[in-house]
Design a protein around this ligand. Structure first.
Ligand code: DAK
Length: 276
């Protein structure tokens, strides 16, 4: 696939030191761009991610219809929080650092568009945590996952102690977090952490864009609501989650996309969704 850069909405911030943002046919590719440090997350990366995601969240017109998060280079998605920056942090600075990382991970979850974490190599510590905050993960055959924080005298600080249990079950998450061991891509697939595997970074990126294209043929409004309901349900009992589902299912009947989707079916034509 030829990647064409297009001018994107002026409302979406796109000039950064540690990130690259490109648009391909309405889909965004967000690259963490610190390859010399294996794309480790320092305060600058987090601050820029927060700025970018905040501006994207405010884009209610679905200018960008889906997002891929990937790391620069062939070796790493994100090799964790920046250990060198954490060397001399005080308790207060560490809390701020953790808070910023958690804010970023929540922003990924709160985006109304689908986000695929394309894990092209090491996705360790904070890298695994950022990937878990996305909607789902695709990976390359050389991808390695893990939460090695306890090896450094730390614990996961960007949501890993909570999200990993919810994704793969508490006991498996404990074994991975307590040992700090690496999880190769085959095991990550078995655990349900990774959905699909590709040989190369290029194939991974193209495969992620292809999936986003398929998703964006559907109603953006319905996908956004499905995302919100599923994320909310993650923290609820099944009964409470069913209430959330019922409310949203009802509310969607006032949307233009529902009218268009059902009418197009009856009229035997392709729907033209507006995201409203
Ligand atoms: N931070 C900073 N630099 C890193 C880095 C990291 N996480 N990972 C790699 N680098 C740098 C290396 O230092 C090296 O830089 P130079 O020495 O050349 O200047 C360069 O990237 C290339 O790395 P290597 O030479 O080590 O490459 P190898 O192929 O030999 O090894 C590796 C790749 C991924 C196995 C190795 O680099 C590695 O083990 N990296 C660290 C992985 C790791 O432990 N990640 C988890 C980080 S801890 C919290 C907030 C957040 C967190 C915790 C608490 N609170 C505030 C409470 C999160 C913690 C983490 O994520």
């Amino acid at each position: 696939m030829v990647v064409k850069l297009k001018e994107v909405s002026m409302n979406i911030k796109k000039e950064f030191n540690t990130l690259k943002f490109e648009e391909v046919e309405g889909l965004g590719i967000l690259t963490v761009n610190r390859p010399k440090s294996l794309n480790a997350l320092n305060t600058e990366v987090h601050t820029e991610l927060k700025e970018f995601l905040t501006s994207l969240k405010a884009d209610n017109d679905f200018t960008i219809k889906g997002l891929v998060l990937i790391g620069e280079g062939e070796k790493a998605f994100i090799a964790g929080a920046d250990i060198k920056e954490m060397l001399d942090m005080s308790v207060d600075e560490a809390k701020k650092f953790s808070h910023l990382g958690q804010e970023v991970s929540l922003l990924f979850e709160e985006l109304s568009i689908p986000v695929i974490a394309a894990c092209n190599g090491f996705a360790l510590g904070g890298g695994c945590e950022m990937a878990m905050a996305c909607d789902f993960m695709y990976a390359t055959t050389n991808a390695v996952f893990g939460q090695p924080e306890v090896k450094l005298g730390l614990i996961p600080g960007f949501g890993g102690s909570q999200r990993l249990s919810k994704l793969i079950g508490r006991n498996k998450a404990k074994e991975i977090i307590y040992t700090g061991r690496n999880v190769a891509v085959d095991e990550a697939v078995e655990l349900g952490l990774v959905v699909k595997v590709f040989e190369t970074r290029e194939e991974l990126l193209n495969g992620s864009l292809e999936t986003l294209k398929k998703i964006t043929r559907n109603s953006p409004n319905a996908v956004a609501i499905a995302k919100r309901v599923m994320n909310e349900g993650n923290d609820l009992t099944v009964a409470a989650g069913l209430d959330v589902e019922m409310e949203s299912f009802g509310a969607i009947f006032s949307s233009a996309d529902k009218k268009e989707g059902t009418m197009a079916f009856v009229e035997k034509r392709r729907p033209v969704f507006t995201g409203k």
